[in-house]
Design a protein around this ligand. Structure first.
Ligand SMILES: C[S@@+](CC[C@H](N)C(=O)[O-])C[C@H]1O[C@@H](n2cnc3c(N)ncnc32)[C@H](O)[C@@H]1O
Length: 159
């Protein structure tokens, strides 16, 4: 199985990088895991609604350029559907069983994901109503993907 994260912006903090590197390493026995960063659109602090839409749209184009038709796409969105870890694990297992060997997760930039990205997604997943910074979201998501594989393996990692 190929699992890909398409994310807006660079990972700057060393402590996030160390955590993501660790879980990426652990994931390597279950899947081919990679992270693709697309550049964020440089913008001033205060933007009008239409300027914000424009920023998200440009970032959205960069995201969609990295996604092939065959990929099953999860968009990370605060208003998406919440799952328990066990439900998420079951979903991943089912996708693999039904021939989806390319699964992609998309994390937006500081303004979020453009409507066209949400439209392309096969499903939207929420980690609750808290807004997490995109770098931390990357780490939390990577751990949850690892947890899903450990649950499916029946490992005591998940309690
Ligand atoms: C700083 S947040 C963007 C906040 C923006 N106001 C929004 O509503 O999307 C950056 C990205 O992290 C992801 N994200 C942050 N918190 C999340 C949560 N609780 N559930 C799912 N995704 C989240 C989303 O992909 C979001 O586009």
């Amino acid at each position: 199985m190929n699992i890909k994260l398409v994310v807006v912006g660079k990972l700057k903090e060393k402590y996030f990088k160390a955590g993501i590197d660790e879980y990426s390493k652990r994931l390597s026995r279950f899947c081919k895991f990679r992270i693709i960063e697309v550049p964020d659109e440089k913008a001033p602090e205060s933007l009008s609604e239409s300027e914000m839409q424009d920023v998200m749209d440009k970032e959205g184009t960069r995201i969609l350029d990295k996604i092939a038709d065959k990929e099953y796409v999860y968009a990370l969105a605060i208003l998406g559907k919440e799952r328990a870890s066990e439900e998420f694990a079951k979903e991943i297992d089912k996708l693999a069983t039904y021939g989806h060997s390319d699964i992609t997760f998309v994390i937006g930039g500081s303004l979020g994901l453009a409507p066209k990205v949400l439209k392309r997604a096969d499903t939207q997943i929420s980690f609750g109503r808290f807004t997490l910074p995109h770098q931390l979201m990357r780490l939390v998501l990577t751990e949850q993907i690892y947890r899903a594989f450990m649950i499916n393996e029946g490992s005591p990692y998940h309690k």
